[in-house]
Design a protein around this ligand. Structure first.
Ligand code: SF4
Length: 375
């Protein structure tokens, strides 16, 4: 009933106070209004058809001269490939499925509708998705076919979002797929799950299409990024990218069901012996982006990819087994990247968390003690 019709009889009868009935208490989500949304319409539905057409033609233009990531290959991807090894017409996808390995506010009860792209523009020696990102396994899909998969994740999987994992090198195709999916009736928020090795041109192309940015901030020092990510300018790029993402969508917001709908959620995977880099990263986020930034300080690092593989010798080869087990007797084998060839210590994770709190950050993804979602 409209408020005016509720008030009218009381006003006619000369009562000073209208007869309000006591409202049932709203469920408390411990969330301040700026981060609690009544409802949510994905940003791609708010785009005018003119802006959508502009995005389409920009996507094709970028593919003809690709400078979409800081590798700046400048190649025509219709004719050749750059560092990422992926062409123009199709993307290579390893897995598409509801995924339950994401943050509770993304996976909810039905899972995050994840699309794991093959290939990557980084070459992290410790890559936790090595078999997908470095080996170009999977099947080829056009943007239109990709859009049809988004619809299956929505209609059949009942997923809470479309989660594009490692998409930095296929942004034009992703843009075309989202624009096609909106015509097909997609209603789910788009999650851009990135290493943060993105160019500003690429993020500008995504503006208006992505609802949630899920960037990693991996390492702080240039020496570490050169050695472990095989990228010279990772840290400066990640800073610039995360600022641009935050300028687009702000801090992470939720609807009352506890599912994230819009904003930035930064992940930092704490690495063995590198907690000082983690501390610099969380301080930088607090001081330069937002103290209300939602942050996930991750503890699941494990030696993978090239870490712990046998090496042929060299002066800094040390004798430790893959996985960090001390080598004994005949089993002794010199291995690569011995300094990160162990799981992370929980004390290292705790010290990064402590630095984050001291810097003023307060919104963290932590294991839910109450058995529900974290907000
Ligand atoms: S997206 Fe691929 S081709 Fe384009 S600049 Fe990056 S690595 Fe090179």
């Amino acid at each position: 009933m409209a408020l005016s019709s509720l008030l009218r009889p009381a006003l006619r009868s000369g009562l000073k106070s209208p007869p309000f009935r006591k409202r049932p208490r709203a469920r408390s989500l411990h969330l301040a209004p700026p981060w609690l949304l009544d409802d949510y319409i994905p940003r791609y539905h708010l785009l005018s058809s003119l802006d959508a057409a502009k995005k389409r033609s920009l996507a094709y233009a970028h593919l003809r001269e690709c400078n979409l990531c800081p590798r700046l290959c400048g190649v025509n991807r219709y004719k050749e490939t750059g560092v990422c090894l992926i062409g123009a017409e199709k993307v290579k996808v390893n897995t598409i499925a509801p995924h339950f390995g994401e943050e509770p506010c993304l996976q909810g009860h039905n899972g995050s509708g994840s699309v794991f792209f093959s290939g990557c523009n980084l070459r992290c020696v410790f890559c936790q998705n090595h078999d997908i990102a470095h080996q170009r396994n999977g099947f080829d899909l056009t943007p239109e076919e990709l859009a049809e998969w988004y619809m299956k994740l929505q209609e059949v999987g009942r997923c809470h979002n479309i989660n594009l994992v490692t998409p930095e090198h296929v942004v034009p195709q992703v843009v075309l797929s989202i624009l096609h999916a909106r015509e097909l009736g997609l209603r789910l928020p788009i999650v851009y799950n990135t290493s943060s090795f993105d160019s500003l041109e690429s993020l500008a192309l995504l503006d208006g299409l992505v609802d949630i940015y899920l960037p990693d901030f991996k390492v702080w020092s240039d020496k570490t990024s050169k050695r472990l990510l095989k990228a010279d300018n990772y840290t400066a790029t990640a800073m610039e990218s995360i600022k641009a993402m935050h300028a687009q969508v702000g801090d992470l917001c939720f609807t009352a069901d506890g599912i994230a709908k819009k904003g930035v959620l930064v992940r930092h995977l704490v690495m063995p012996g590198k907690e000082d880099e983690g501390k610099e990263i969380v301080r930088w986020l607090a001081e330069n982006v937002s103290k209300d930034m939602m942050v996930h300080v991750m503890e699941q690092y494990f030696p993978r990819a090239h870490v712990g593989k046998p090496r042929r010798g060299g002066k800094d080869a040390e004798v430790i087994e893959p996985g960090g087990v001390p080598a004994t007797g005949d089993a002794k084998t010199p291995v690569r990247y011995v300094d990160i060839n162990r799981p992370v210590d929980l004390k290292e994770v705790a010290s990064v968390m402590q630095a984050a709190k001291e810097a003023g950050l307060w919104r963290f993804i932590e294991p839910a003690r109450h058995g529900g979602f974290n907000m």
